[in-house]
Design a protein around this ligand. Sequence first.
Ligand code: ATP
Ligand code: MN
Length: 476
Amino acid sequence: MTPLIKEILRLPPDSREVTIRGWVRTKRELKNITFLEVNDGSCMAGIQCAFALSPDGGCGENQKTLAAISTGASVEVLGKLVPSPASGQPVEVAASSAALVGEAPGTADDAAGGPSYPLQKKRHSMEFLREIPHLRPRTNTFGAVARVRSRVAFAVHEFFQERGYQYIHTPIITASDAEGAGSMFQVTTLDLAALARSGGEVDYSKDFFGKKTGLTVSGQLEAETYAAALSRVYTFGPTFRAENSNTTRHLAEFWMIEPETAFTRLEGNMDLAEDFLKFIFDKALNECGAELEFFDAHIQKGIIETLRQVVESRFSRISYTDAIKELEKAGTAGASFEFKPYWGCDLQSEHEKYLTGTAAKGPVIVADYPAEIKAFYMKQNDDGKTVRAMDVLVPRLGEIIGGSEREENLGRLESRMRELGMNCADYGWYLDLRRFGTVPHSGFGLGFERLIQYITGMANIRDVIPFPRAAGQAGF
Ligand code: ATP
Ligand code: MN
């Protein structure tokens, strides 16, 4: 394999012969020289290839090839690596030959009025680019998002593996619904058209799995079984929610990271979440510097400073009850909230922004939420009202992580499930974890795309995953 442009840009300009392969971003033609900027997606920068043309119009072969090359063409350039006179780039290629690898966009069809390359050198709207998910990775923005995604995914594994966590693959097709009904996609091989015609009841015992199944909304319950055996585990996989909410923060298919730690209570879980975010942001700052500079300059001003501040901050910790008191006080002191905060309400995004912005001026972990607004498996506090839940809130975005200590007491868990009208028999396996060798344990869930959104400053979650799936949107 020939070296990538990323590697070539780090070499000294010692006139060595190099081969550049990539896609043309721009072509500039001056009188005696033509410049091609070639990018291969290995890094933010492209490499400049300069073709000196003889004044009498010589250098014939090259000139013919260059004439056929336009933006988007795939090329192979041979030349010598020399110091660059242009600022901002240490080296460039004094090119001796160029070859078109594939057909040049536009050229073949132009005469016939055919299509030209959709990504001409200009700013395109995110909406336009969303319509061409097969070409948008060739833009600076989407190339940068893809590289950050890749590096941060690796950092997620580094973080947990360095701390003794085992990577567990939880099922994608599941017969249990961790979050309660409503948001699950059904998986079936039943003939829906025939069922519709018959008008009868659906008999799920005739379905592929002999029962009703769906795509997972969370791997947590399954991860708990492995935490009760391997002590420290994490999942990192696709998650599906049939949420019809058309927001900039929700996808129907996203990737979730869920650590689960045995012998650990809520405080240890908070420490883990805080260490995790700091580790990830620090890696992004150190390993994706060029990309973050790009996002800071073109997508969201101040993103680098925000990430640095989170890395250096000490996360504030506050109980839900105190957070509500603070919000109520702010309300009477003149802060205007659209939703009036009261004990028992779910924190709205404006409340989260007040807590991280005005109040704490940094990340905040809110703990001990009212049981009614949280899931059945969370550990009940002795006050009979609250559970050991935690949300990590960060400036600008609000909730980035949701987690809890799990109820490890069989009797208390069963009575809570009955209170909620759940059928304990369906969860025999889950309750067994409390019957046999139960231990305190805690975990949290973090949407990978929300993390990438936070790091890149991208406004819409559909632009931080290669092929977004959302209500009404599943392009190929
Ligand atoms: P929200 O209130 O934002 O919908 P949630 O309370 O439904 O979040 P959880 O069920 O706690 O979220 O899921 C854990 C994490 O998964 C969230 O903190 C968030 O980072 C992420 N997440 C949840 N739903 C989605 C979604 N539809 N698309 C992308 N990420 C999501
Ligand atoms: Mn949700």
